[in-house]
Ligand binder design. Structure first.
Ligand SMILES: [Zn+2]
Length: 66
């Protein structure tokens, strides 16, 4: 049982480490699998993860309303 716990902790640590160095993620805005920089935003209490492309799009969109 203790060994299982150790494995779980190790796996969680590894997953966190991988996420920190360009692991693949699915962008919530364009639904494409991306790697590299990811942006997080909380919208209506829900965490939204999006890619650099969508981040740029959002920036451009924001400029329109300035
Ligand atoms: Zn995207």
């Amino acid at each position: 049982m203790k060994k299982l716990l150790c494995t779980l902790v190790l796996a969680a640590t590894l997953a966190t480490a991988l996420a920190g160095c360009g692991a693949k993620f699915t962008c919530d805005l364009c639904n494409e699998e991306k790697s590299g920089k990811q942006y997080k935003e909380e919208v209506f209490g829900q965490e939204v993860i999006y890619c650099a492309d969508c981040y740029e799009d959002l920036q451009n969109l924001g400029d329109l309303f300035d």
